[in-house]
Ligand binder design. Structure first.
Ligand SMILES: [Zn+2]
Length: 100
């Protein structure tokens, strides 16, 4: 079966390995959300580096999303197993940086 465009986007832009789903953030556009992905390939230049995929709220890929925002370095990684206020604080910090 052919890979969907979303599956392709979930692959690291650098090494093409499937990234780890790092959670979803609200978008500045209320009809969309932002899925964040992290590369976990130790041999990849982008190991522990994130990228973002803009999605519609139903999870489909908007056709106008031709240039997904890539943030090669300094993209904060949300820690695993963090929940509640800590996670919210991380997401907020992440979101503020993302929107700069
Ligand atoms: Zn990679």
């Amino acid at each position: 079966m052919a890979e969907t465009e979303l599956e392709k986007r979930k692959r690291c832009p650098k090494c093409k390995q499937l990234g780890r789903d790092n959670g979803t953030l609200p978008s500045t556009d209320p009809t969309k959300k932002v899925l964040t992905m992290i590369c976990e390939n130790k041999r990849c230049e982008w190991d522990q580096t994130g990228w973002a995929i803009t999605l519609r709220l139903d999870g489909s890929l908007p056709s106008d999303d031709v240039n997904p925002l890539l943030k090669p370095k300094g993209f904060p990684v949300l820690e695993r197993g963090v929940s509640g206020d800590d996670r919210e604080a991380q997401i907020k910090a992440f979101y503020e940086q993302y929107n700069q």
